[in-house]
Design a protein around this ligand. Sequence first.
Ligand SMILES: [Zn+2]
Length: 706
Amino acid sequence: MKTLFVITLFIAGMMMSCTTTETKMKTEENPFYKAYGTPFETPDFGKIQNKDYLPAFQEGIKKHELEIESIVNNPNAPDFDNTIVAMDRSGDLLANVSGVFFNMTSANTNEELQGIAKEVSPLLTTHYDNILLNEKLFKRVKTVWDQREQMGLNTEQAMLLEKTYKQFERGGANLPPDKQAQLREINKQLSLLSLQFGDNLLAETNKFKLIIDNPEDLAGLPQFVIDAAAEAAKQDSLDGKWLFTLHAPSRYPFLQFSAKRELREKVLKAYINRGNNNDQYDNKAIASRIASLRVQKAQLLGYSTHADYILEENMAKNPQTVYAFLDKVWSAALPVAKQERADMQALIDAEGGNFKLEAWDWWYYAEKVRKQKYDLDEEALKPYFVLENVQATMFEVATKLFGITFVERNDISRYHPEVHTYEVKDADGSHLGILYMDFFPRASKEGGAWMNNYREQYLVGDSAVRPIIGMVCNFTKPSGNTPSLLTFEEVSTLFHEFGHALHGMLTQCTYRRISGTSVARDFVELPSQIMENWAADPEVMKMYGKHYKTGEQIPQVLIDKIQASKYFNQGFTTVEYMSACYLDMDWHTLKDTVQKEVIAFENASMSKIGLIPEIVVRYRSPYFAHIFAGGYSSGYYSYLWAEVLDADAFQAFKETSLFDPATAKAFRDNILARGGTDDPMKLYVQFRGKEPDVNSMLKRKGLIKE
Ligand SMILES: [Zn+2]
């Protein structure tokens, strides 16, 4: 899932009648200024032009300001409806144009749109800051909050109130002016330091070049890797040579296949020392300064650590829960990683290697073990995984589970000819939402895969505004007579994003800021990851696995190999990832503001958990961008947490049957329909009858025996 812009608080859809003063529209032609008049009020892509965005943003901000003003100036005493609900209902035009624009800048962009994005981002930041720092508005919100016990709110209303109030409180609205000023100064410094951290890291990553001019140094590399390196060299005016860099598509195959041990060492060492070279790009002082400022900020707001501040909004709630969770998985994963190390050392010894396995050897020998033990050839699988078949099966799975159906609609405007549009209907034929699917790479699209919303779901009185959802991927395009053929990983990706889309489409909530996928970070990947279980199930695999030429079903032997290979290298993968979770938590449970010596701090953190030297923590502090330049501080554990949820949730189907109607209904009613309207653990327990058990995930990874 993708968060496009921080507009979660006052996010708004469209089709809302506006009770405040209508402002004069600059031009009647702008398609954002009135209802589209299209089926289901889907964006009228045929009419929207680049020039429409900026004025629509400006107008949307202006209208939103007026709406907020009218809430603030309401002569009636503040109550839930005239303040909290009114805020939830404000900002239609802005949400509408944002929904379209930020989807376009990811999925179908151009230089003009990128230019507009640069202009718009600061406008939006200022706009939302102005709302959060609006003293009179906060006073009204606080008045309602203080009366919450006496208002007889239902769970959903109580949640909307709490999230609204907390956003102000966590932004410092309750602090006296001098402390607010301090907080603003800290925020400013933090955002500058984060930017610099990211810029330095980019420079460090780009700086390193391994230039090979002797073909002997290409030993072990497959032809596709050599070709890519030759092409990279050419683009760098190094014709006739081969160029390798620290970027993942170059670094990983090199570490995996290069038979030249000293070159692997060179590449890995360059990678793990980024930001740690004591030059102008060094990130050590920045990281420790960020950690220290975060302690200051947390304590200013009344929390003992930054992790406490962040985690109160997550399912885990506090650092103790995260550490206890990590410890449980770590104690299962570390011995498996040590066994993998022993297996690889045995291989080295058997080959007469006469050296001790080091960190730069891991990928290389893991690849040899993979070939030996699992013998799974991706290329042999692809002819069975035709995109159209996988998609049809995916729809069928959703129909079997939830009774929903998908009808292609060619009468709905698309932003690109390759996009397919579906109307999603419930079992009784009623309309649930619109789903765009956009599968192939193009220059105008970002890499990766994601789901996002054009319009949130909510209720206006009794009538429902239903969501508009997009799924965007980057799969191989069909060519000639060959259809789009997927790798198994891509099949999983498709089901994953579809799970997010189901979460977005099956939502039945009242308020838009807590509907659909607007849930805690360590909960949001449950609906997506659980769908990957169906993708990997042999019964489902037989439904979509048909050879594109012969129509022959995928042979059992291939299915068995896929099933077996899921245990491959899981000790390493889990330990490498988890060590970074610990490092993240250690940095953010600091209670004092004294700046730390970064490498010593990191070493102490890693030796405390007993990380083996053959595995380097996935992100060392000077290049841990997730936590020092991105939004994952105290949250890097979330991925694994969600895996516990999805494995345990899928276990409920294993205990009954793959498409068990009662289990599917419970999952839909308690998880998919509920958005962020209740505490996620409560929702989970309502579905499962108990809290999640970590063992299902450990078994699935082969970290404990089935
Ligand atoms: Zn996801």
